[in-house]
Ligand binder design. Structure first.
Ligand code: ACO
Length: 438
């Protein structure tokens, strides 16, 4: 088999330049087949093999989908080699420095930052939907006190579909905003349940981050004031997590959504995918790993040695990425932010020193250098979450709150794509051939 691509490099702003590119030629069993070339606005190239099985009898084999384009998307661009991450064209650094999380949510979901009066209108629209139906409060009573908040989040997301059916386009658009608005309330209620405190209701006069912090940390009959440093740190974390193109949880959301399952069911699946320690669950694992190193005397060399020993089954959590092979721009921003936030809050956390020592040891070790393993977004985020008072088992819930606009944006994009089909990969069967039941 031989594949010859006849593409010419001609960057342009046209998202799909199939028409003016030459096709790729595939030579298989001596016969030549043409595969259309697809080029994105950032000159990423693919050949379209949708018809390959029909024309040749072959399928492509790509376990883990590391080299498979599952869709065309105009939401997020990543260049893993150069460490570039952009939402709808805006560099992540600019958004992290200047935008609010709700502005970024608007950008991801609808394609543009809210301008002028739209900003307040958008914030008010989301704020109006933050309350949970009183009947939903009863669900929390049924969970055991030590239930993992990710399990509660997935269950509550799914339950929302029983309250807000999707009968038409208007319902659907409104449900996206309802979900964005109610997710922090669900997350905060699950925390209050775990510490045995009464639920604190959302306040319409507060912005998204302040409202979440209020629901988490206020207690009845006491004044709670949101610290600007905590507010800004939370805003930054949420923005950095807001989208990351076709990662495991977003692909899961698109996979479930492709069957035309409702929004809430698709998002509950995204929460479940995110929970895994190789994905969003890594932020909890990082802190547990750093605590383990601290409790064992603080020797990072042992952790590095264990991570290199495949038989140990141990990996450096918060290290490595399927796409970033140089550095993760989010980790770079977070490392600086961790230093700043701890100083601003007057927190001294020995885990930050251990994390920095571990990063340095790993980045100077040939095992990590050769495999291009760098700290990812989860490596420093937990240190900041700890400093602002978020308990460790809530870290992945925080990730989910941040990622929600991305999931919604992808779900929405797919729903409006007239060419979208149900996602249904193929396989190569390796089990027993026909045998008779005797
Ligand atoms: N520690 C030690 N070795 C590692 C690590 C690590 N964290 N990550 C990858 N490797 C090694 C693998 O053992 C493999 O080595 P080999 O070539 O000798 O077999 C090589 O590096 C390539 O790793 P893969 O597992 O093939 O890479 P993949 O792209 O499939 O996985 C992943 C990426 C899951 C992120 C992986 O690096 C990992 O497990 N990291 C730790 C968990 C983590 O931090 N996850 C969060 C990712 S970011 C996010 O989802 C938000």
């Amino acid at each position: 088999m031989e594949l010859v691509t006849g593409s010419r490099e001609r960057p342009s702003a046209s998202p799909d330049r199939k028409a003016d590119m030459q096709n790729a030629k595939l030579i298989l069993d001596g016969k030549e087949y043409e595969l259309p070339i697809v080029v994105g606005t950032e000159n990423e190239k693919a050949f379209d093999c949708q018809k390959l099985r029909d024309t040749t009898g072959y399928v492509t084999m790509d376990p883990g989908y590391g080299n498979t384009g599952a869709c065309q998307s105009s939401i997020t661009f990543i260049d893993g080699e150069k460490g570039i991450l952009r939402y709808r064209g805006y560099p992540i650094d600019d958004l992290a420095e200047r935008a609010s999380f709700l502005e970024v949510a608007h950008l991801l979901m609808y394609g543009e930052l809210p301008a002028g009066g739209q900003r307040l209108e958008w914030q008010n629209y989301v704020t109006r939907h933050t309350l949970l139906h009183e009947d939903m409060k009863k669900f929390f009573e049924g969970f055991p006190r030590h239930a993992h908040p990710m399990a509660i989040l997935a269950a509550m997301f799914s339950s929302l579909s029983t309250f807000y059916p999707e009968n038409n386009e208007t319902d659907l658009e409104q449900n996206m905003v309802r979900l964005l608005a109610k997710a922090p309330t669900i997350a905060a209620f699950s925390y209050k349940k775990s510490v045995g405190q009464p639920f604190i209701y959302p306040r319409n006069d507060l912005d998204y981050c302040s409202n979440f912090l209020h629901m988490m940390f206020a207690v009845p009959a006491q004044t709670y004031t949101v610290s600007p440093a905590v507010h800004d740190a939370l805003n930054l974390l949420l923005i950095l997590h807001a989208d990351h193109e076709q990662n495991c949880s977003t692909s899961t959301v698109r996979m479930v959504g492709s069957s035309r399952a409702n929004l809430f069911a698709s998002m509950a699946a995204g929460v479940s995918a995110l929970w895994g320690p190789l994905h969003g669950g890594a932020n909890q694992e990082v802190i547990e790993m750093l605590e383990g190193i601290r409790d064992a005397g603080g020797n990072v060399a042992n952790a590095v040695a264990a991570a290199k020993d495949k038989a140990s089954g141990f990996r450096l959590m918060g290290f490595g990425h399927r796409v970033y092979k140089n550095f993760d721009p989010r980790a770079k921003i977070l490392k600086k932010a961790a230093d700043r936030v701890l100083v601003e809050l007057g927190v001294r956390d020995p885990l930050l020193d251990i994390a920095k020592a571990l990063e340095e040891a790993a980045l100077n070790d040939p095992y990590f250098v050769e495999r291009k393993l760098y700290p990812n977004v989860d490596f420093y985020s937990g240190i900041i979450y700890r400093a602002i008072g978020i308990p460790t088992d809530m870290f992945t819930v925080m990730f989910a709150l941040g990622r929600l606009p991305g999931w919604i944006a992808h779900w929405r994009e797919q729903r409006h794509d007239p060419k979208a089909r149900i996602n249904r990969p193929r396989q190569i069967y390796t089990g027993p051939t026909l045998r008779r039941f005797v």
